[in-house]
Unconditional design. Structure first.
Lengths: 170, 181
């Protein structure tokens, strides 16, 4: 198993990818928008397209919706992220069928925390109109005020909550 | 190149670099918040500074037109509260939306659970949206950047953020040597 890459080099590389996105796509990178597409698709499958289209927060992300060109873009980008990560891990011998967790934690507890944490993050990302990628990285590098509010609030909350979640990780 | 193929190609590079940095592993990622592994800070801010400086100079040299690039709009209070929820969820989940895909794609079951949780949270948000719409659209400032808000030049803001990031990197290196990592 190869060691992790130098974080500054990997970061600079991601910065160049982001710069290419600005230059050639006219927008930054993202992630939570792809999850919003998945949520809208699932909602339409569960309650029917017509009912789903009547929900204002869902309608935008359906194939006929306002945000659909953008959300299609993000879905393709996220498919790329998954394939790129797989190839990188495979070449470096880092593929592993595991459940990452702290030493004294049962897998079921970890999965429960992952589901709950994911759900809270999902609500947060919707409220903030983006996540670490869309707001933190892409909006931050364009110096958007709201993106920097998001970065500061997210880091502050994560540090404040970390002692409470210590048992999960240490 | 068609836009969707471009999205796929950019995603491939983004995912490979996140994986190479080790950010597909939740315990490494949350080390940031216990001061044992500051990879998140180093990757996030070196990426941000690289793209920020690159965008600034390419715009100034006339290679790209930053006015054509989409800048997220600002909604002060929803984004502050959204950030707080996001940060709290992050230490529970151990992965953010992008890195959860990296984790899942490299065999980590916890990554898949975070992805499922994200979809669940968004479904809940969507179901409650009509009631919280007023709040969601409150304190709107439109598209506003730090140099505009602080009444300084764009170049000064870029220099300021770069200096801050370098200070954070220097601090991170000292902290990590201190913890013997």
């Amino acid at each position: 198993m190869r060691r992790d890459a130098d974080p500054y080099l990997a970061g600079a590389g991601i910065g160049l990818v982001l710069l290419a996105a600005y230059a050639f796509a006219g927008r930054g990178l993202g992630a939570s928008g792809a999850f919003a597409s998945a949520a809208a698709t699932l909602t339409a499958a569960a309650i029917g397209t017509e009912q789903a289209a009547a929900m204002p927060a869902v309608a935008d992300y359906l194939p006929s919706g306002l945000a659909s060109p953008l959300s299609d873009w993000l879905v393709w980008e996220i498919v790329g992220v998954a394939v790129g990560a797989f190839v990188s891990a495979w070449r470096a011998g880092r593929l592993a069928s595991v459940c990452e967790r702290g030493p004294g934690i049962r897998p079921a507890t970890r999965i429960g925390a992952a589901l709950a944490g994911g759900a809270v993050m999902g609500v947060g990302a919707k409220l903030a109109r983006g996540c670490t990628s869309g707001q933190g990285l892409s909006g931050g590098a364009l110096l958007s005020v709201g993106s920097w509010i998001f970065i500061v609030a997210a880091f502050a909350a994560a540090y404040a909550c970390a002692p409470l979640a210590r048992r999960l990780w240490r | 190149m068609s836009p969707l193929v471009l999205a796929l190609v950019l995603g491939l590079a983004f995912g490979a670099l996140l994986e190479a940095a080790g950010l597909g592993r939740a315990r490494k990622l949350v080390g940031q918040f216990y001061f044992t592994d500051l990879t998140v800070l180093k990757v996030l801010f070196s990426a941000l500074v690289t793209a920020m400086i690159g965008a600034f100079w390419l715009d100034r040299l006339g290679v790209i037109d930053l006015r054509q690039v989409y800048i997220p709009e600002t909604f002060v209070v929803p984004q502050a509260l959204g950030g707080v929820l996001f940060g709290a969820g992050l230490v529970l989940a151990g992965l953010c939306p992008g890195t959860s895909c990296v984790a899942a794609a490299t065999g980590r079951r916890d990554g898949l659970a975070v992805m499922a949780g994200l979809v669940l949270g968004i479904v809940v948000f969507n179901a409650a949206f009509v009631r919280i719409r007023g709040f969601h659209e409150s304190t709107a400032l439109g598209t506003v950047t730090l140099p505009e808000a602080l009444h300084i030049g764009r170049g000064s803001a870029v220099a300021l953020v770069t200096l801050m990031a370098c200070g954070a990197f220097a601090l991170a290196e000292r902290l990590q040597t201190g913890s013997g990592q």
